[in-house]
Design a protein around this ligand. Structure first.
Ligand code: CAO
Length: 457
């Protein structure tokens, strides 16, 4: 006997009152488990609410433009009694079947977030591995993040386009930020059938994307013992962002070195003087990264092109300075953002960074704590290495990589002196920044780090 069940909005990463921008099913439709029911769009991400089980849509409880929050009722689904048990989501808790029958409340799996830009935004925290209860598996397709291969459309619209044999690259999305809807696909098909021109998309495609060989398929087990481990959710999301940024931004990396001998002496003596207070949790240890953030603020203010983002043919210059810093966590790379760094002193920056890094390690960063960054610093100085080429965190236009400082003999015009030198690697978007500007940036940063009093001038 069939059973009526409720599909509700799952954990959507703390967002509330998120508008429904797309209905992916209608009453009478058959749906599979994890198939999208509706699409929600917050400021930064679109999320599909997946069906927690397979069945037939009896009633849709939301309409376009409705605002929903976690737990909101989305649809009533008729589930075949024999199908209910095996197809229920691992996290689902089907209510016992009471008499008279009442729709059972089922914990839905987490929404799948598609981040438009910037740092990866987990839809829920802490992050669970794929395959664990509550998180539907996400496919990571390298091809999907290559240039000219990233049409902005939900998985349901992609599926629909595939069924019709429509190449989404040829379709102009008329939704917000160029989002392609089901109607856009239909409009495109009609236009093709009637021979009408279809806007810019074909021109873009004609300009050519990358034509690459498919990813090599190798049976590694043929060559020896192997172990296959699934990527974490953060690795999959940040991997897709990194691949897109690497492929789409013309990167150049400027290398330099800064003399931090005096700065390190100041930092160490301050931390020694305050060792008791720091140990008692009444003060924060000053970190080299906190000084770097402070120095970068001054450089960004002097060279505002680095504190900017490309928006089509415009360069958006930001009047605020929010600095992201790469944090290595057990689940992968995340970039917490320290807000209004221009309005904070080094001690406050060090304290807030410590708090953000701890949240990052525990998988408890909120999406808004990873958004709005203007410039990112990636420090591997605590680990080692001489230099590296960091990947720009789009839509930012530059990122500073910092490696391990080293005592070196430096010629002062008369003799070699031992100086503590900090390697800097500045990757920049060559569409926005030219080489001379990048060299000026690292030169001025080096001068500030050698003598931070300059920042006050
Ligand atoms: N040169 C030499 N030593 C350095 C240094 C540098 N540039 N930067 C830091 N150190 C030393 C510190 O002095 C400290 O040593 P002590 O404990 O003896 O004082 C140690 O390294 C740890 O430094 P820290 O506690 O100050 O941490 P941090 O500010 O360097 O880094 C954080 C904090 C969150 C950035 C770091 O934990 C991290 O995650 N780093 C990795 C970032 C990353 O993965 N980047 C790559 C992104 S691309 O894949």
């Amino acid at each position: 006997m069939a059973e009526l069940k409720e599909a509700r909005v799952p954990d959507i990463g703390g967002h509330g009152d998120v508008p429904v921008i797309e209905l992916l099913v209608k009453p009478g439709d058959s749906v599979g488990k994890d198939q999208g029911l509706v699409t929600l769009e917050s400021d930064k991400a679109t999320m599909e609410v997946p069906s927690p089980f397979a069945g037939v849509i009896k009633e849709l409880k939301v309409k376009l433009g409705d605002n929903v929050s976690e737990g909101g009722l989305v649809a009533i689904i008729e589930v075949a009694a024999d199908a209910a048990a095996p197809t229920a989501a691992p996290a689902a808790v089907a209510a016992p079947t009471p008499a008279p029958p009442k729709p059972a409340v089922v914990a839905a799996p987490a929404a799948v977030a598609v981040v438009e830009s910037g740092a990866p935004v987990p839809a829920r925290a802490p992050v669970a591995e794929p395959g664990q209860p509550g998180i539907p598996p996400m496919r990571f397709e390298a091809d999907a993040v290559l240039p000219a291969k990233v049409p902005y459309a939900s998985p349901a619209v992609r599926l629909y386009a595939r069924e019709l044999g429509v190449d989404l690259l040829q379709v102009s999305g008329r939704g917000r930020n160029g989002r392609i809807s089901r109607e856009d696909v239909q409009h495109h098909v009609k236009a093709v059938m009637s021979g009408a021109p279809q806007g810019l998309a074909p021109a873009v495609a004609a300009a050519g994307g990358l034509s690459l060989l498919p990813w090599p398929k190798v049976d590694f087990a043929k060559f020896g013992a192997i172990e296959s481990k699934p990527l974490s959710r953060i690795q999959k999301i940040s991997g897709a962002n990194l691949a897109r940024n690497w492929a789409m931004i013309p990167h150049v990396t400027q290398f330099d070195e800064a003399d931090i001998t005096a700065l390190e002496e100041l930092r160490v003596s301050f931390n020694n003087e305050n060792a008791k207070a720091i140990a008692a949790g009444k003060g924060s240890k000053l970190t080299m990264l906190a000084f770097l953030i402070k120095a970068c603020v001054a450089v960004l203010q002097k060279y505002p092109t680095f504190n900017a983002s490309l928006d089509g043919d415009n360069l958006v210059l930001k009047q605020y300075v929010h600095i992201g810093f790469a944090a290595d966590t057990p689940n992968g790379l995340v970039v917490p953002v320290l807000r209004d760094a221009d309005q904070k002193g080094v001690a406050q920056i060090a304290r807030e960074m410590g708090e953000l890094a701890a949240l990052a390690r525990d998988g408890k960063l909120k999406p808004e704590q990873m958004q709005g960054g203007c410039f990112t610093i990636s420090s591997l100085g605590g680990i080692g290495g001489t230099k590296f080429t960091p990947i720009i965190n789009a839509p930012e236009v530059a990122i500073l990589g910092v490696s391990k400082s080293e005592m070196k003999p430096v010629w002062n015009g008369e003799k070699f002196k031992p100086r503590l030198m900090l390697p800097l690697s500045l990757s920049y978007d060559h569409r926005v920044i030219d080489g001379a500007a990048a060299a000026r940036f690292t030169t001025y940063l080096g001068q500030l780090l050698a003598d931070l009093r300059r920042a006050m001038l």
